[in-house]
Design a protein around this ligand. Structure first.
Ligand SMILES: Cc1cc2nc3c(=O)[nH]c(=O)nc-3n(C[C@H](O)[C@H](O)[C@H](O)COP(=O)(O)O)c2cc1C
Length: 324
């Protein structure tokens, strides 16, 4: 079992933070399917949080059933990051996570996200300021560095440890790579060997077997999964079964339909029509990936103008597929 400070992460499988995706509804769905030891919120701007921007505050909603939950903040000003961390702690987050991995230009220009792996003194000041501000367990998530010829992850890991972080997560790609190439799992092993605090490995786990393989090959303390959970939200429960030496089951079409229904009803009940339509289209695309005739359904969705119509099309699809 992984312990991050006083938080037990059991099983040692973590839902990755994904902006625009890991909102309350998706986190809850993952939590209810089981097998996930820690869920992560979408990243939260320290500026938005400290200025109490309504769009930022809206994202911060979570419920007790999701726990343990990590809230990730990003920014480049140590004092603002400390203040944001205090607010996150005050909201009851179980873990505060610092983003040092975001490769988006908008974030890099503000010297936040992965830019911090190119400015080690600033990275250190941020971890120190946040550590001094909160007593909740603190983690930092980063990439290899900005570019292939500037891999700083071992130094970043050492700084995080020295400044009092309770664990770190490595997604072993550079910022320049964005999502191209392959995650270099060997770097996770190297980081694990160089640190005393727990290391969470992340990147390109697409099957339950790969989650087990990442742990075995790298010695990481937990495995974080992002994109694969969109097409297979059962991946956590399946990987947890494998980690426990048990076989796992594939979800039936009926189970998939039940999951989509439950998720989509939550979305429609909480979001405005435009947002709901957007989310239902996106998630239907992921949830029906690889299913028979899924492409026909996905093509149909682009012609539908309301969330209810999407819901209806999804029901029709499952009926046509003979889901009981
Ligand atoms: C749409 C999307 C949004 C993401 N948003 C964040 C984020 O807010 N914070 C963060 O640290 N990483 C973010 N990531 C990176 C993931 O947390 C993860 O590191 C990456 O997807 C690699 O893991 P995977 O191969 O399991 O998906 C995002 C990734 C995607 C695809």
């Amino acid at each position: 079992m992984l312990r991050i400070g006083n938080v037990a992460v059991e099983p040692p499988l973590v839902l990755a933070p994904m902006a625009g995706i890991t909102d309350r509804d998706f986190r809850l769905l993952i939590r209810r399917l089981g097998g996930c030891g820690l869920v992560s919120m979408e990243f939260i701007s320290s500026e938005g949080l400290t200025r109490q921007r309504p769009s930022t505050l809206k994202m911060l909603h979570f419920v007790d059933e999701e726990r343990p939950i990590a809230i990730q903040i990003f920014g480049s000003d140590p004092e603002k990051m400390a203040e944001a961390a205090r607010l996150v702690e005050g909201m009851g987050a179980d873990v505060c996570d610092i983003n040092m991995g975001c490769p988006a230009n908008k974030v890099l220009k503000g010297c936040a996200g992965a830019a911090l792996t190119g400015d080690l003194p600033l990275a250190g000041r941020i971890v120190r300021a946040v550590r001094a501000a909160v007593s909740v367990p603190l983690t930092v998530k980063f990439r290899l560095g900005l570019r292939e010829d500037a891999a700083t992850f071992l130094e970043v890991g050492r700084i995080c440890q020295d400044e009092g972080a309770d664990a770190v997560t490595l997604h072993p790609r550079t910022a320049r790579q964005q999502f191209t190439g392959r995650a270099e799992w060997g770097a996770i092993g190297a980081l694990k060997r160089s640190l005393a605090i727990p290391v969470v490995g992340n990147g390109d786990v697409t099957t339950p077997e790969q989650a087990v393989a990442m742990r075995r090959e790298t010695g990481c303390d937990a495995v974080m999964i992002g994109r694969a959970s969109l097409t297979n939200p059962w991946i956590f429960s399946q990987a947890a079964a494998l980690l426990g030496g048990e076989p796992y089951a594939e979800p039936s079409l009926a189970e998939r339909r039940t999951l989509m229904r439950a998720h989509f009803h939550e979305v429609i009940g909480r979001e405005d029509e435009r947002t709901a339509l957007h989310k239902l289209r996106r998630f239907t695309g992921w949830y029906t990936h690889g299913l028979p005739d899924g492409r026909t359904l996905r093509r149909r969705l682009s012609e539908l103008a309301s969330a209810q119509a999407v819901l209806g099309a999804v029901e029709d699809y499952f009926l046509a597929q003979g889901a009981a």
